[in-house]
Design a protein around this ligand. Sequence first.
Ligand code: C2E
Ligand code: MG
Ligand code: MG
Length: 691
Amino acid sequence: MLHTGEPLRVLLVEDSRDDADLIEMALERGGFAPNVRRVETAAEMLEALDSVWDVVLSDFNLPMFSAAMALDTLRASGKDLPFIILSGAVQAEDAVSLLKRGAHDFLNKDSLARLIPAIERERREAGERVQRRRAEERVRILSMAVEQSPVSVVITDQGGTIQYVNPKFQDATGYTFMEAVGQPLDFTATQDTGAETFSAMWADAKAGAEWHGEFCNRRRDGSQFWEHVTVSPLTNPEGGITNFIAIKEDITVRRSYEERLLRQANFDDLTGLPNRVLMLDRLDQAIAVAKRTGMLSALLCIDLDRFKDINDSLGHEAGDRILKVVGERLGGCVREGDSLARMGGDEFVIILPGIEDGESARMVAERVVEIMSHPMDVEGQDYFITASIGITLYPNDGTDRQVLLKNADLAMYKAKELGRNRYGFFTAEFNRRLQERLALEGQLRGAAVRQELLLHYQPIVNLKTGQPVGVEALLRWQPPGEKLRMPGDFIPIAEEVGLICGLGQWVVETACSELKGMLRNGIVLGRVAVNVSPRQLREEGFGRMVKHMLSVNGLTPEHLELEITESVLMDDTSVTSANLQMLCDLGIRLSIDDFGTGYSSLGYLQRYPFSTLKIDRSFVSVAPDNRGAGRLVETMITMAHGLGLEVIAEGVETEEQAEFLRARNCDQVQGFLFGRPKPLTDVAGKLLVAV
Ligand code: C2E
Ligand code: MG
Ligand code: MG
């Protein structure tokens, strides 16, 4: 082979310049472009070895150096260079001993023809030696990495049988190298890993893809731990799979943390029951079950009665203990497959998936009521804690969880309204009324602003003289295009949702200004009686508002009478008292309306300076025929007179009733017999005396 001009860096250990020239010429002839450095001593050689060389050519014996010493020098430098000895006649033993010490070849100076092939060969072998050493080093590092790896490494054959495990694997599993080798890759994995995990792993790995997953393993001592596993196929240069390598990392800590988080996210800390999140999930499942099977599912909303009082009086710790006991007791009311959850606070939920009819839900609700009827021991004291339960059924009462929950809640509130410690089903009728009420509430808001409100007035007549003494203002609502609405339809709702104060103010305002208008036209109406709801009296500033209305309309207190229902008498709040006192002080007449329908006794009337008592229509209408009612009306009149009150009988419809009342000294009457409630102009025109 001719190396036309291939550079060759030669370190030449030679004392003879002539020999050096000859060698250089031989190299050039062989096609090399040699770069030769000649050295004669160990020091020179050592220094020269700092540079890069392709080959060392060395004379056998020099005056101050030798091939043997040159070999030592080379070895000391740590370099691995082809070392070829060129010499004259040499003893065979010497040559052998030098070859043994690391020389690569031995050539005769006189036949340099072998020099070129020798260099070529040595250079090639040196290259291979470097590569081999690098490969060996790589393997050494790799195997060190595997051996000292902080994660478990398992190598199997093509069939998945373990051939190697690293020390970490042995630590992690407790199985020794010898015990592990020959076993299948997943021999430590337990059933908890899941059959589908194994099949997915082998499918991926055998298809030549990398697989990641989680194994639940059992150690040699039986304890369990979780690992994240990566299985990769190892392939030969042709692409065939020769082995599998599995890298496994212990994730028990992470898993238990995740499990804890999962628990926290889904379960209630105090009772250990599923929380709202999990409950919603179970409710969805129950809906799905009912859908699939054509059966029903029930949702029971359970709310403890007056739990807030218990919490406030006994403290939160005791409250927590009670909630725990309640959770346990409720647990005894459900069967397997049913769900019990704590929604938060004192609210629990039971879900019954796939039931035949409402009867099963009723039975569970009854069991809950029963089980709660037993006293609960808190710090040595017995407490009775009851619950109110609202029940909805899927699909009858709602087809999604939001509606079911909302309706169960409403049914629960209804149960509370009816006296607590009971259960109630949500019914379509209930729903219809509710919808109507909601619609009504919306309509009622702003009715005053839209001028849909008006007042009708009913005369109040002196029974002895037959002369009108005043009128009662009665509220009417005329939504556009609808029939006139009577107060019974909307006053209770207005009271419930807090609209009554606005309406009430409108009534006082309107009654005062209409009365002023009449007076201006010279029409004397007597007094105007206005109905006041207990809620209005609980508003601070009510008294001031009335006073203001009188003064802006130029009216005196005698022009106004306020009718207050009996329930106010039991209402002892300071605001109510202050309002009533202020109205009395102003000189406004107060009457007690619908007397006899509430629970107050005549004795209550002394609390405030009432001037009039109105006997409710229900007594008046039957008084002449019913002895009991008749006696009662008689007593009311006598007692009221004894207390210095005037008496008005309401709802007088017949002459007979009027006669009955006259005979018993009733002062005034009101009723259809004397005039129906009408717009002010009608009333004024017909009945009242113009001055
Ligand atoms: P109330 O104050 O006892 O008013 C008397 C009610 O009896 C009126 O009903 C009146 O129309 C009715 N009535 C009068 N005479 C007869 C009769 O001979 N036969 C029959 N069957 N009924 C008679 P209305 O107007 O429907 O009012 C009902 C109730 O609504 C009132 O009872 C009062 O408690 C309340 N109310 C009316 N207007 C207002 C108001 O402006 N504010 C408040 N808070 N409540 C009002
Ligand atoms: Mg009234
Ligand atoms: Mg009344």
